[in-house]
Design a protein around this ligand. Sequence first.
Ligand code: HEC
Ligand code: HEC
Ligand code: HEC
Ligand code: HEC
Length: 289
Amino acid sequence: MKYLGDGRFDPATWPNSGIGRVNPDGSKGTCAACHGRHSFSSALARQPENCGKCHLGPDHPQIEIYNESKHGIQFRANVAKMNLDSKSWIVGKDYSAAPTCATCHMSATSNQGVTHDVGDRISITLRPVISVKLDNWEHRRISMQDVCSNCHATGWINNFYAQYEATVDLYNEKFAKPAKSIMDKLYAAKKLTPTPFDEKIEWTYYELWHHQGRRARMGTAMMGPDYAQWHGFYEVAKTFYTEFIPEAEQLMPGVTADVMKSDFHKWTTGLSKEELQQQIDYYKDRYKQ
Ligand code: HEC
Ligand code: HEC
Ligand code: HEC
Ligand code: HEC
């Protein structure tokens, strides 16, 4: 954001939506990304749509995930009981019908105050190619679980996190690490130029982790099953097996051999007669054909 003097800003830099902008004094961001410019309303800031104006689309569909989750449905059904206008907005005390994005990531509980660092309660980063636990992840996770515990029992919360971790591990081990190892080999063998996005497989790989792989992970993190499965793992598998692997083989025959021999992928060499019969019987019974 560049100040030109005389109260004027460079039109190439302002107005803007603000979340990542660099201000003239070197500070970053703007309150107006979430708060109204002319009237400050906590009710508006707490609405899921407020976050959803940026958190949507193919690579971070949080609002779509939330809307299809039980939490989103409970929010719409009970919005009148959410007390959104209240000055104090402590989960379990001022409202308990449903959590919004702000409830889980920012708002107060009886044990912790409002945080404006939306990363505070996140234990695993879901954005890079391979997901990893963040520094101090235990503390971050406890802060989020403290939010859940106002509405759910401990066993429910711990089991949810066990499922969440297992899903992230599956994505990492079955698809992300193997795909990255193949890309590394292609670059090392100079089958690809160092320029990003000038070769088809670079686009395929990007969509595999940055779009489809994130949807699988984020859909799981926020209880949107269709995003975990059909917009997530189904697309990941389809891209991996029908685009990424054939494209890599075309560039460098044999480069995928180690990966495809692993327990995860050796099914592609063919099912046994018994396994095949099992599947046929299952679908005959289910779909009657
Ligand atoms: C990522 C979105 C977001 C941004 C950016 C943001 N806020 Fe907030 N803010 C919220 C939400 C959501 C609440 C409501 C929290 C609650 O009451 O549960 C809130 C509440 C507040 C409150 C009242 C509640 C309290 O006790 O903290 C103040 C004051 C505030 N914000 C100031 C700011 C200022 C100043 C900035 C810029 C430096 C800013 N906010 C940037 C989302 C945001
Ligand atoms: C104006 C756009 C915008 C709005 C509005 C917005 N965000 Fe974000 N948010 C972003 C961007 C950009 C990032 C950083 C993405 C990156 O670094 O890859 C981000 C990151 C995050 C993260 C990840 C932080 C981390 O450290 O891993 C969370 C959680 C988050 N936002 C929650 C919210 C919530 C909750 C709201 C609403 C109260 C909100 N955001 C409103 C743009 C926005
Ligand atoms: C029921 C609580 C809950 C609600 C509601 C919720 N989230 Fe989340 N969110 C989570 C959890 C849990 C994670 C994964 C945390 C971890 O890794 O420990 C997460 C992860 C994220 C991430 C991924 C950060 C990364 O690592 O890349 C973003 C961004 C995010 N949420 C934004 C939102 C937005 C925007 C909304 C509303 C549209 C929302 N969340 C609604 C609990 C919630
Ligand atoms: C303000 C209350 C509230 C908070 C906070 C909350 N939930 Fe929920 N949660 C609900 C309600 C209500 C339902 C729907 C229950 C039902 O089926 O009637 C639900 C359902 C769920 C479900 C079942 C989803 C499904 O599709 O069946 C899971 C899993 C879940 N919550 C996990 C969490 C986790 C993990 C957190 C914290 C990150 C959390 N919840 C925070 C109220 C809350």
